[in-house]
Design a protein around this ligand. Structure first.
Ligand code: PLP
Length: 460
């Protein structure tokens, strides 16, 4: 029987078709990634410098230039709880927009935590357990990452302590309940549990928190105990590597749909779901395959890629991490308390920043109001209520589809729907009540944060 592929909605892979290896963009880069520097010596960091925070297997993944890294079998087994994730054709959204474009979305909200974050939480917990670690500390913005590490830690018998950014701790109380259901402990950051947290609260008792501060708190505790390591939910090379299962599966599924993407869109906080969907396609283009346009969408209130400087900076506000070359708004910059908590980070993943500098991708920024409007349009057409972070990708994809309409082009648009918004309904309620203001960042504070970037001798 012939089936009309143009009416098909879901493109599904069998468990046996799940990727067996992650894809490492570092293998195909025309120019290598600038080194990570020790802030004291300004020399490239070695594995021993990172050993107090991460197990050696993850440190190796941070620096390797091998193209394929095998996914350990215990990780593959757990991935099967929700992977391969579905790829959808957004027929109804296309109709609402009246676009000749074909819109596809890779849906990562089917994971137990409701987002792409378990794709890296599971391997991070696995490698830590293998290294004999007993306890993990971490930060979380929206609560998605904290939930994912709590889930993963429990599966591998690890204790998990999560510092949740104060503003989203207050906005999303049920996220904490989920973390506790998985057996983790979750505290609001800045907290009284660390020297750094106490110093921030002494100066600003009502500080809304930021990812940069929560990272400092988690790193401080991990550095103090041999049985404790730190896990990061985005930004680092190994995190982006683990997320490439998204794009690798999507490549197979777009081939099933006979629709290689002209444009690939993802939202960027620290850059991990974006890298996950985009890097396999960028690599394909770099190896001589068909090239796709790659578009990152970030919040206008925290625009590291479009307004930040490409410079060496700390990954955290308390300056406990090494220095990475990335697009940054300055490590002391506190973004306004907008509702896409997972996008409130001052920096961008060094690999994503490097790809942008090399002209391998583009970036755009939208306000939260525009993104919520796009999310509501999407929910009414397709049924899924996106996470506020994912709304940025939805907005980016809709803009591309409307461009195709203006230009009369029938392009294939692929975007990553990184998570559902079921724990973010207070934000939607505020949006409907007209209470979500498009607060801009403070220009003066940004200028100050950029002026205090560390001065680093020229590299190379
Ligand atoms: C659903 C969702 N999408 C996107 C992000 C942004 O993170 P990243 O840029 O690392 O994908 C987050 C972060 O918390 C998230 O929860």
């Amino acid at each position: 029987m012939f089936r009309d592929m143009s009416t098909r909605t879901k493109y599904l892979l069998e468990e046996s078709q799940m990727p067996k290896a992650w894809y490492n963009l570092q293998a195909d880069l025309p120019v290598p990634l600038p080194p990570v520097l020790h802030p004291g010596t300004m020399q490239p960091v070695g594995p021993d410098d990172l050993a107090p925070l991460f197990p050696m297997s993850l440190i190796q993944q941070e620096v390797t230039t091998e193209r394929e890294i095998d996914i350990p079998e215990p990780v593959q087994d757990i991935y099967k709880l929700w992977r391969p994730a579905p790829l959808y054709r957004a027929h109804r959204l296309e109709k609402v927009l009246g676009t000749p474009a074909k819109i596809f979305y890779k849906y990562e909200g089917v994971s137990p935590a409701g987002s792409h974050k378990p794709n890296t939480a599971i391997p991070q917990a696995f490698y830590n357990q293998q290294a004999g670690v007993k306890r993990l500390t971490t930060e979380t913005g929206a609560g998605q990452w904290g939930t994912s590490l709590s889930f993963a830690g429990n599966l591998f018998g690890l204790e998990v302590l999560v510092f949740q950014v104060r503003v989203s701790y207050d906005q999303k109380p049920y996220r904490r309940a989920v973390m506790e259901t998985y057996g983790a402990r979750c505290v609001a950051s800045p907290s009284m549990e660390t020297v750094y947290g106490r110093s921030v609260l002494a100066e600003h008792p009502n500080h809304p928190g930021s990812l940069g501060i929560a990272i400092s708190e988690a790193v401080e505790l991990a550095a103090q105990r041999d049985d404790t390591k730190y896990a990061l939910g985005s930004v680092l090379n190994h995190v982006l590597l683990h997320q490439t299962v998204i794009g690798l599966e999507a490549m197979e599924q777009m081939q099933m749909a006979d629709a290689w993407p002209d444009v690939v869109v993802g939202c960027t906080g620290g850059g991990s779901n974006f890298a996950g969907i985009a890097f396999p396609f960028i690599g394909h283009g770099l190896r001589g395959g068909q090239k796709s346009r790659i578009v990152a969408v970030e919040p206008a209130a925290c625009p590291s890629l479009t307004r930040g400087k490409y410079a060496y900076d700390f990954g955290d506000t308390g300056h406990m991490t090494p220095l990475s070359k990335m697009h940054t708004l300055g490590s002391t910059f506190t973004p306004p308390g907008f509702h896409a908590g997972g996008l409130r980070y001052h920096g961008m993943a060094p690999l994503v920043s490097h790809a942008k500098e090399l002209g391998l991708m583009e970036a755009v920024a939208y306000t939260q109001g525009e993104c919520f409007a796009a999310g509501v349009t999407f929910a009414r057409a397709e049924g899924i209520v996106p996470a506020p972070e994912s709304n940025h990708a939805v907005k980016g994809a809709i803009e591309e589809a409307l461009r195709c309409k203006r230009e009369g082009k029938s392009e294939n648009i692929l975007f990553c729907l990184s998570g559902h918004g079921h724990f973010d309904m207070v934000s939607y309620q505020k949006y409907f009540a007209g209470e979500l203001t498009d607060e801009s960042y403070n220009e003066q504070e940004l200028a100050m944060a950029l002026a205090s970037l560390p001065s680093v001798p020229a590299q190379g």
